[in-house]
Design a protein. Structure first.
Length: 267
């Protein structure tokens, strides 16, 4: 009985490393975010897939994928190509002198401890800034609910903590049961439009502004689009390969999101 040749096991080990490297490269380009898989556990799975392909002498496809991904990383990181694409995705409107009926701040993600993500905090702090500038005296946020094991956490406490930074306590409304920007638009419209709150300042992350504001306009709002501050990306002045690749990741997500929303008639 012939045993499997040792070279196959070496090929499997090489395939494991290649699979992990390939996954790392494609996630740098935003592919993990597109399919909703961003944790490190996927790295091990990619390695196992690579090991199987290597064992059966089928790892050439991984070499091609990783080579193309690496070339894209270099092309995006060491050129200015992404800068005008980002600029065209950010919508920033002038605030009306008369103010608006309400400030709407879109949510982001939530940690197991119940604190909102940096992106969500940036958005809400920007909303508080508008409150302090008397753009409106009411603010609408959306509730995030996440289940981590046997625990369910919600965003209310951390959102209220940030809202206490407002100079004067605002009229605060929380909208529940949202899973996407389209959900947020529909549920906020169902609440706000019957109240006569048609003019809104919509605060969200810079690269999300174009799609988000168009979605809210589609359901009947008159929208002033306000990009939030951004601590993780200086979108107006991309410096260095790391920022450019990160900007590409966000731009690609929003570009594909825009096409999806167009196909569904949501923008």
């Amino acid at each position: 009985m012939n045993l499997v040749q040792p070279s196959r096991w070496r090929a499997a080990i090489t395939g494991f490393l290649l699979g992990a490297m390939t996954w790392h490269l494609v996630t740098e380009l935003g592919m993990g975010q597109l399919i909703g898989v961003t944790d490190l556990g996927a790295l091990g799975i990619a390695g196992v897939v690579g090991a199987v392909l290597g064992f059966f002498r089928r790892s050439a496809i991984l070499w091609w994928i990783s080579a193309v991904a690496l070339l894209l990383v270099f092309a995006i990181g060491w050129t200015q190509w992404i800068a005008p694409q980002v600029e065209s995705t950010v919508r920033a409107d002038s605030l009306p002198a008369a103010g608006v009926d309400a400030i709407v701040v879109l949510s982001s993600d939530l940690s197991p401890s119940g604190t909102i993500s940096t992106t969500g905090a940036d958005r809400l702090e920007s909303g508080v800034e508008l409150l302090n500038r008397n753009v409106a005296h009411r603010i609408i946020t959306t509730r995030i609910t996440r289940r981590f094991g046997i625990r369910t956490v919600v965003s209310d406490d951390d959102q209220r903590r940030i809202l206490r930074l407002a100079t004067h306590p605002p009229e605060h409304t929380v909208i529940d049961s949202v899973h996407s920007t389209h959900d947020e638009a529909l549920r906020i419209a169902a609440f706000a439009l019957p109240m006569g709150w048609k003019y809104i300042a919509l605060v969200t992350s810079p690269l999300h502004t174009k799609r988000a504001c168009a979605t809210f306009e589609r359901v009947g709002f008159l929208v002033t689009c306000v990009p939030s501050i951004s601590r993780d990306l200086s979108w107006h002045q991309l410096r260095g390969p790391t920022e450019r690749v990160r900007a590409f990741e966000q731009w690609l997500y929003e570009r594909l999101g825009w096409w999806k929303y167009q196909l569904k008639g949501w923008v």
